[in-house]
Design a protein around this ligand. Sequence first.
Ligand SMILES: Cc1cc2nc3c(=O)[nH]c(=O)nc-3n(C[C@H](O)[C@H](O)[C@H](O)COP(=O)(O)OP(=O)(O)OC[C@H]3O[C@@H](n4cnc5c(N)ncnc54)[C@H](O)[C@@H]3O)c2cc1C
Length: 393
Amino acid sequence: MQNENLDVDAFRGEVRRFLADHLTPEFRKAGSMGFGIDRKTGAEWHRLLYERGWVAPEWPVEYGGTGWSALQKHIFAEECALAGTPMLMPFGLGMVGPVLYTFGSKAQKEQHLPGILDGSVWWCQGYSEPGSGSDLASLKTSAVRDGEDYVVNGQKIWTTNAHKADWIFALVRTDAASKPQQGISFLLIDMHSPGIEVKPIVSIDGLHHLNEVYFTDVRVPISHRIGEENHGWTYAKFLLGHERTGIAGVAGSKRAVQALRDISVSETALATDSAFQQRLAATEVKLAALEHTEARILAALQAGNNPGEASSTLKILGTEIQQALQTLRIEAVQHYALPFELTQIRGESNEPPPGPDYAVSAVADYNFGRAASIYGGSNEIQRNVIAKAVLGL
Ligand SMILES: Cc1cc2nc3c(=O)[nH]c(=O)nc-3n(C[C@H](O)[C@H](O)[C@H](O)COP(=O)(O)OP(=O)(O)OC[C@H]3O[C@@H](n4cnc5c(N)ncnc54)[C@H](O)[C@@H]3O)c2cc1C
């Protein structure tokens, strides 16, 4: 469907029909689990979108993208968010996928892109290490050449869904003598390789998304390196630009605004609480501004540009809005925010929750939501990026 001939209503209707036909209550429930979604359900939803040809709107058509205009992508993301679709894991589609089709060899593209597209292969991101988060270039996990392989030793941390992933894309040090940014390489590592150990970290929402990943003499074929040795920082930064654009979460925040409006109807006291309504409206105005900024950046992406430093702006504003909406939700559900029932939060309970459904995960979402201004590079670091690269300070 071409932009100039786009019948917006027809396209929106097509998306809505697809969602009405396929988004079962099970998928809706999985939609509230975020990163905590079980792999089977996540892969089923992914597969449905793949079969419809809609799984990778941001990818070039030659690699399986939709060829949609920025407006179509926007409509699709908005309808999915408003309907509460399950989260598609970003590590393949949104992160290593673009690195692969931009910098990968023919063999790497052929090996990895099909499994990312159809959702049969899950990825995780091995960037952060204990002591190397904001100062990522100080990372110490080493890769030393031995014949046709690298031998990898070290530790990654905060690795989301490493326990569900088949592959990890990891930054490793291949030259300890040069400047930190210059001695890093970008490796694709099979998570089933001997010498990899994954240990869980249960986060404040009571769910297990995070992990530590240990590498002990893990052999990785040199052919699994992206691009040139010691040039990994270039590919890593390219990927972070894509990651930060994705974190803005405009469509998800629109859904949260809608949910708060719905709660205002059922909790009539809220409808007349002018302080609450003013704060909700103010957040909605910021969200509208963010939406326009995102549209500009997505249009630049469509023209073949890397989002670059502008994605830092999206990341800061997007996560601030998400956190403001989570705070308003706690206020809206009032005393029903108090029970913290893990079985309810994980969707494992047969008992009805003590309050309305929308109150069940309010505190868990609020607590875990604090992480949004940390992951993908903390918001303080994004401000530093903007100061240097955008404002030239
Ligand atoms: C839920 C979650 C999921 C994550 N998933 C992944 C993943 O899948 N893969 C992965 O590789 N990583 C992941 N991370 C790690 C994330 O990228 C890091 O936590 C983040 O980059 C911050 O690093 P750090 O935790 O080491 O904090 P630190 O770098 O130690 O920072 C601590 C505090 O100091 C501030 N600070 C540090 N340096 C400066 C500075 N120069 N100027 C101003 N302030 C500064 C920071 O903003 C922060 O507030 C995840 C993190 C979380 C919380």
